[in-house]
Write a protein that binds this ligand. Sequence first.
Ligand SMILES: NC(=O)C1=CN([C@@H]2O[C@H](COP(=O)(O)OP(=O)(O)OC[C@H]3O[C@@H](n4cnc5c(N)ncnc54)[C@H](OP(=O)(O)O)[C@@H]3O)[C@@H](O)[C@H]2O)C=CC1
Ligand SMILES: Nc1c(N[C@@H]2O[C@H](COP(=O)(O)O)[C@@H](O)[C@H]2O)[nH]c(=O)[nH]c1=O
Length: 536
Amino acid sequence: MLAPPAPPPLGVAPARASYPLRPVPSRRCLPAPRAVSAAAASHAHDAVFLRRAAEVADRSAGLTSPHPNFGCVIARPQLETENLDAWVAGEGFLYAQGTPCAELIAADQAGDHARGATAYLNLEPGDCYGDSTAVSSLVQAGITRVVVGLRHPLKHLRGKAIQSLRSDGIQVDVVGEDLQSKLFKEALTSCLIVNAPLLYRAAFRVPFSVLKYAMTADGKIAASSGHASWVSGRASRGRVFELRGRSDAVIVGGNTVRRDDPRLTARHVKGHVPVRIVMSQTCNLPEEANLWNVHEAYTIVATQRGARRDFQKKLAMKGVEVVEFDMLNPRDVMSYCYDRGYLSVLWECGGTLSAAAISARVIHKVYAFCAPKIIGGANAPTPVGELGMNQMTQAIDLIDVSYEQIDRDMLMSGFIQPIPDLSPVIPSVDEIPSVDPEVSPYETNIISFYKTWDTFGVFSNFSPHPIHMPDEKGDCLTWPTVEHYYQAHKFAGVDNPQARDIVKEIKKARSPEEAARIGRTRQREFPELVYLNIPL
Ligand SMILES: NC(=O)C1=CN([C@@H]2O[C@H](COP(=O)(O)OP(=O)(O)OC[C@H]3O[C@@H](n4cnc5c(N)ncnc54)[C@H](OP(=O)(O)O)[C@@H]3O)[C@@H](O)[C@H]2O)C=CC1
Ligand SMILES: Nc1c(N[C@@H]2O[C@H](COP(=O)(O)O)[C@@H](O)[C@H]2O)[nH]c(=O)[nH]c1=O
């Protein structure tokens, strides 16, 4: 038998309640495959462990800014038991960009049990250089076989880690290439779903967009008066906080702000806080609103060029960012969110804006919470307004649909557009251009580095490279990343013990994203401690 698992290191969080990754509810224990031939049984085992890797990869959701989800499960057969949980020697996930990789955590946990074992990876690792990276962790641990669910979707990274593992003598089996069966297809779906935001961003150059609404059993999202609190039950609303925690931004329309005065925070746990975006053409918004309290979360108002400039100034005075668009529409707002580096966006708007967003083809997934109540009202708002369809045959069929009961409510979710699987296109080395037009907007002489995993991501503040910088006394200090240094220096040099504590707190942050979160939050909370009061 294997030794009991070590206490969870960084990147191994306790299992959290999360929505299912696939159309069937997840099981607590791994199922034992039924008695079949040795090859079929080993395929069944592979598929089970690969799905587990996808589930493990999902555990960082809501803890940090959305990022590519990597999970690793190291397993070796235990002849004396069919309980597949006992076969798992180690597992881990990437907690945040710049923290130890999933493979390193799993290999550390497995210790000697990793020798001769198989590692299951939902996604090909993106970084294969250096000592603590995925590839070297697996090689040094003595792994002899690796099963990969999905090749890396970004062209400049795709195939590199697989090639590197193979050249180190490790057998690498890639699903869909070396392993094919119905079971692997299902396992692959789990791998695709857990990284849907990265795949959509890479394929369509927009953030992954989820439309969420709560409706009554007669399909209304509010009473005829517009009153909507609450349609769904407390447990469902708790799930919405989780969905917000998984998103970079939450979007509503102006009418929802006027009607509901929402907060749109992920106030369930201390985790990731999404930006709140209001789309309002008229900018005819209330003087006082919960969303203008930027101490709770950052707010952006996206509006039509020239709309109520005086009011725009008032918002700016409160710390709200106002962005003008020549023609405010969902697609341009999504392009803007892409440029800001957002990976996933949650639309919590009413039917008018949701119809515009669906028509603009920017919505990829829907979460429909249905409460067992009837409100009636011919004019009561419904989740999706006019789409211009007049035949039921024109209806959009959701894909990979899941159903889940949440207390008395029912949650139905499904994809509007198929998840892009970019993996079959494997470029040869000389096919990889020096500037990859698929990854970042391409203009001669301009390079972009919105995300650390983009081609030029190494230039990003968030790139996980330590820097050495002199302090005020001229002593050289090491900072985990440029972002740590930047955020800390909002407060450095301020003669105040609290400011000094904030600098230390930022320096200790486990990832550049956390450093950014702490720096921005403290800046909002204690603007008087900010050196020279630099703008937000
Ligand atoms: N149960 C639920 O899940 C939810 C219920 N609701 C309820 O729905 C009702 C509000 O619905 P609805 O008015 O549809 O919601 P929204 O306010 O979310 O959307 C409409 C508003 O979006 C703005 N907008 C910006 N760009 C566009 C565009 N290109 N096309 C269309 N609209 C744009 C406009 O704001 P402006 O007028 O400022 O220019 C418009 O009035 C309320 O009663 C609210 O309580 C809302 C959200 C979720
Ligand atoms: N009424 C309704 C929802 N409405 C959505 O939630 C927003 C309120 O969020 P907050 O102020 O943060 O609690 C509201 O403006 C609208 O977008 N959501 C649901 O899950 N269930 C519900 O019954």
